[in-house]
Ligand binder design. Structure first.
Ligand code: EPZ
Length: 443
């Protein structure tokens, strides 16, 4: 029978080709940049659509690799995913062929684990790869598994996979985390929307993407509410309906471009951006001495009058929202290389988010790495072009910032990491006057 899926969209990605950015630094960025939809909202919205058999339509979705991987993962389950235009995805999970999320999906993207809650709650069973296993890095998912068990799931771990089932139906209950976890909160919340009874999640993470997800779930008819800053309560329903939603702006991208304007001595307007979503960074800008003007849906930054030595060093520490986002720590470190004095950095969330600073040193930054969570940045340091390699998404974007601020040419390997989470980042910088091109690594 002909494929009955209208506009069925085939996506069979080749592994991303290794690419490099060539950057000629020293040019102040000027102009207006439109902030794209949030990666860390979009991925969860797509997963949440599997809670209903009805069609859901999403707009303002970023055109990035991780969203394409999530769409492909859903397609491989048998979910109908249409991509009728840039930034638009339609999802219909009427039925699924397989309740299996393979290692390949987890290896490409840890966020595939967000499918555990919705698939378990909707279909009663799922086999899903462990994205935090020793085979592909750290980042455990024990808190997610504990949350599912608190809702009545039976989960066994065998050969790198979680075999999860919910005899009958998940039951609402108390989900109490020993520490804040963003996707743990989201997995528990998604599962609870179809569980029988009342669920209380605390401490619930407070990242704005979670409230964006709550807004979508409520459009689907879910009874979910943030009843206190660190508490989310859900009354389970038997079924949810399809709904439309536009992803919120990406606050990590907002922070990244704010730092880009500051370290290049530029003048930028960020559209589709909100200061309150990057409040901790705006506070640091105030301490360091970079002026920003907050509008309702835009932010203005003018660093054209700043001279070397004007910026003041300041200590930073990452924390769950509303603290400084760990994803904004790498760009903030680039800013601190230009501040006079010593800034102490405490990365309190992840143990593998300081080491990238050794790449930043290659561009002339003066940094002492004390341990997996602490470093000291001495400035101002005159950055110069260099060859460096990107290890992960956020560090990659930050090496671009440093190269844009540096005198001379840089070659930054691993550009494909950046395209996992930043939509058209090179084109956006080109439109602001930067000299940046992307090319395939020589074979
Ligand atoms: C989300 O990851 C984001 N990813 C991350 O963004 C972000 O850095 C992180 O939250 C913190 O804000 C997505 O939303 C897709 P956590 P998540 O659970 O939910 C430990 C990016 O670049 N932990 O809040 O996985 C964990 O190791 C990414 O966009 C457990 O021990 O982070 C960490 O130390 C990077 N067991 C801490 O909790 C668990 O079961 C907080 O992690 C889960 C987490």
């Amino acid at each position: 029978m002909a494929d009955a899926r209208p506009f069925h969209w085939e996506y069979h990605p080749e592994p991303p080709r290794p690419e490099a950015f060539r950057i000629e630094g020293g040019r102040p960025l000027r102009g207006t940049v439109h902030v794209s939809g949030a990666k860390n909202a979009a991925l969860k919205l797509l997963a949440a659509a599997t809670l209903t058999g009805e069609r859901c339509r999403f707009e303002n979705m970023p055109e990035i690799e991780d969203v394409r991987v999530m769409a492909e993962t859903l397609t491989d389950l048998g979910v109908v995913v249409d991509h009728p235009g840039d930034g638009v995805y339609e999802v219909a999970s009427g039925d699924v062929d397989w309740l299996f999320v393979p290692l390949e999906a987890a290896a490409k993207m840890r966020a595939s684990f967000i499918l555990l809650g919705p698939l378990l709650s909707r279909f009663g069973r799922v086999i899903i790869s462990n994205p935090g296993g020793d085979r592909i890095g750290r980042r455990p998912v024990n808190l997610h598994v504990d949350a599912m068990r608190a809702l009545g799931a039976e989960i066994q771990y065998r050969n790198g996979y979680y075999f999860a089932q919910a005899p009958g139906r998940l039951r609402g209950g108390e989900v109490t985390f020993p520490q804040v976890t963003v996707m743990g909160t989201e997995n528990a919340m998604l599962a609870a929307t179809l569980a029988e009874g009342h669920t209380v999640i605390r401490p619930a993470a407070q990242e704005p993407e979670i409230d964006d997800l709550i807004a979508f779930l409520r459009k689907m008819g879910a009874e979910v509410e943030r009843t206190a800053p660190d508490t989310i309560e859900v009354h389970g329903r038997k079924r949810l309906r399809g709904a439309d939603h536009a992803a919120m702006p990406d606050r990590i991208e907002t922070g990244t471009f704010l730092v880009a304007g500051a370290v290049t001595g530029g003048r930028l307007t960020l559209e589709n951006a909100a200061c309150e979503q990057v409040g901790a960074l705006v506070e640091i800008f105030g301490r360091v001495g970079v002026p920003v003007a907050c509008g309702t849906t835009s932010i203005e930054l003018d660093a054209t009058g700043l001279r070397t030595g004007d910026l003041r060093a300041c200590d930073i520490e990452t924390a769950p929202y509303p603290g400084l986002a760990t994803d904004i720590q790498p760009p903030t470190c680039v800013l601190l290389t230009q501040a006079s004095g010593t800034s102490r950095v405490h990365e309190a969330i992840f143990e593998d988010r300081i080491e990238w600073l050794s790449e930043l040193r290659k561009l002339g930054a003066r940094i002492d790495i004390e341990d997996a969570h602490h470093a000291s940045i001495h400035g101002p340091a005159r950055l110069h072009g260099a060859e460096a390699s990107i290890g992960d998404l956020r560090a990659g974007a930050s090496l671009i910032l440093a190269a844009l601020a540096a005198d001379g040419a840089s070659l930054i390997h691993g550009a494909h990491h950046v395209h996992r989470g930043y939509e058209n980042i090179d084109r956006k910088f080109q439109q602001l006057g930067a000299s940046i091109t992307r090319s395939a690594e020589p074979a």
